[in-house]
Design a protein around this ligand. Structure first.
Ligand SMILES: [Zn+2]
Length: 392
């Protein structure tokens, strides 16, 4: 038996919004049809549940760190990234009960906030059980760090064993960030990426210090290495930005998600597009405000025609795991349309995670989750309101 629901606008995302559109759904939440009001009335459909708002697909969170959920509220705002990383290292606990409880809450919070799929960074296997039991789709990015060239081979060997702990869910081995991975470890990751292909992800240009470190070996990362007790005398600055230095060292045979992009310039974008054929650009604006009180040049990224996705980052640098909250922040600070925001929040993330057969759009045959969003009409332009609710 089919259920019919309608709202002021239905957003298939892969097609134009439909005023008073009607979704036909089976008991499992699979969409049987997306109808115009005329099609619904021609089909004699009258038993329709009507909502005020926008009906949109479930959200895809392409960047989270579930295993940092227990650090919620522990690190002060505006420390800057190098100091934030130090705090995360200091505060990481081995209290498995506390970590598990926090992860479980975070998973439920994401579900309630209309998130259906997550790209999740992991440094340990502690999240594997929660992911396996969750109604959310998870792709784990097992993240490697290691600026000491001598440990590169061993790190990769360990990761190849470790990744099996996430089976049967999808997982890939990925670099953490340009400043935390040695050229030797990048080479290991490239060989792996060329062989397995699939997906990769890397934190990119989250702070201006990242560019300073690669340009001329200055900035706050020197303090971080001192804190880590790592002698980096061997490191020679490239004179280029971090992205321009390391991107050629990554496999071009993998899809790559660049996360944050707060200090990414037009030149960086041009360079990256020329070097890598399959890039996605993830924005985590609330985490950027939390850590650096800065935001990426979203207009620049959008106007360059990049494939943009959204992420919450972890609860260590965010008050809430909500893609809707990230969309609201972007709407507040930039001139972006609801159409663009929705594409970033749903379809682009699903395309990156290779799950568009089920998620990312409202289309017959998919079971993408359905959210109802409040909206306002501001002088004829549709903008997001303050609240949302997960319907399916
Ligand atoms: Zn992150």
């Amino acid at each position: 038996m089919l259920t019919y629901i309608s709202a002021d606008y239905v957003y298939p995302v892969v097609a134009a919004p439909i005023a008073c559109g009607v979704l036909a759904m089976d008991e499992e939440g699979t969409i049987a049809a997306v109808l115009t009001p005329e099609e619904a009335s021609a089909g004699g459909i009258t038993d329709i549940v009507r909502y005020e708002g926008l009906l949109v697909p479930g959200f895809v969170n392409t960047h989270c760190h579930l295993e940092l959920s227990n650090l919620k509220g522990e690190i002060p705002r505006y420390t800057g990234l190098p100091a934030f990383v130090q705090e995360v290292i200091k505060l990481r606990s081995s209290d498995e009960y506390a970590i598990n409880l926090a992860m479980l809450k975070a998973d439920v919070e994401m579900f309630d906030n209309g998130i259906v799929a997550v790209g999740d960074i992991s440094n340990q296997a502690v999240s594997a059980g929660i992911k396996a039991g969750s109604p959310l789709y998870y792709h784990t990015f097992l993240e490697l760090l290691g600026f000491n060239p001598d440990t590169a081979k061993l790190s990769m060997e360990r990761a190849l064993e470790f990744i099996n702990k996430f089976l049967p869910l999808k997982a890939s081995i990925v670099p953490h960030a340009p400043y935390s991975v040695s050229p030797e470890l990048f080479a290991e990751l490239k060989a792996y990426g060329d062989a397995v292909q699939g997906l990769s992800s890397m934190h990119n240009q989250e702070t201006t210090d990242e560019n300073s470190f690669f340009r001329d070996k200055t900035g706050a990362f020197l303090d971080l290495f001192k804190f880590l007790g790592l002698n980096i005398e061997f490191f020679k600055p490239s004179g280029k930005t971090s992205l321009q230095t390391v991107l050629p060292q990554l496999s071009a045979r993998q899809k790559l998600l660049l996360v944050h992009n707060v200090f990414t310039s037009a030149e960086d974008i041009k360079f990256a597009e020329a070097v890598h054929p399959d890039l996605y650009w993830c924005l985590c604006p609330n985490a950027n405000l939390y850590i650096e009180n800065r935001l990426p040049d979203v207009g620049l990224l959008r106007d360059a025609g990049l494939k943009i996705t959204l992420g919450t980052d972890s609860l260590a640098s965010n008050d809430v795991l909500s893609i809707f909250a990230e969309m609201q922040t972007l709407q507040l600070h930039f001139d972006v349309s609801v159409d663009d925001l929705l594409k970033w929040a749903t379809y682009n993330g699903a395309e990156f995670l290779e799950i568009t057969d089920r998620y990312g759009s409202l289309e017959a045959g998919k079971k993408p989750g359905i959210n109802l969003l409040e909206y306002k009409d501001v002088e004829g332009e549709l903008v997001l309101g303050d609240r949302m609710r997960r319907l399916f």
